[in-house]
Design a protein. Structure first.
Length: 157
């Protein structure tokens, strides 16, 4: 077999096959190859561990995993193209805006307004003010986040 076919069979790069060939690896026999790799304590040449990986898997298993990964990648591209996938930066911006709204509303309600409202009031009246303020904050956040384009920003592709 040629190096590209062996690389596919063992799930490694052509460079790895070339290196193994120079070191006398029994590349034509999967069972001998597995024993050869285990004897050298490099079942996975990328991580230098003896964990079973594509390096010792059959060619069919390696191809199956490759095609599954390709299919998953295409599904992600399709979801992105249909607008069902959010860019991480857009999500981060949305969270930052939401936190800014939250902190501003908390400060307005509890730093600016609470001291005046609490003066001379009972504990129950202050608690009621706090509950109403928190509910108002929830409404403000829902409104801010539900507006069309609330999380939009230009995304470079």
């Amino acid at each position: 077999m040629k190096n590209p076919q062996l690389a596919t069979k063992y799930g490694v790069s052509i460079r790895t096959i070339t290196s193994w060939r120079r070191r006398g690896a029994p590349l034509e026999s999967s069972s001998k190859m597995k024993a050869w790799l285990e004897a050298r304590n490099v079942a996975n040449p990328r991580t230098k561990t003896t964990e079973p990986t594509s390096a010792t898997a059959s060619g069919a298993e390696a191809r199956r995993r490759y095609y599954n990964a390709q299919a998953a990648r295409q599904e992600l591209f399709l979801a992105r193209d249909k607008g069902r996938l959010l860019d991480a930066g857009v999500v981060a911006d949305g969270i930052a805006r939401g936190m800014a709204t939250l902190f501003a509303e908390l400060e307005r309600a509890f730093v600016d307004r609470l001291p005046a409202v609490a003066k001379g009031r009972s504990e129950a009246e202050v608690r009621d003010f706090a509950v109403k303020s928190i509910e108002g904050l929830k409404v403000a956040l829902r409104e801010a986040w539900s507006k069309p384009g609330a999380f939009d920003r230009e995304v470079a592709r």
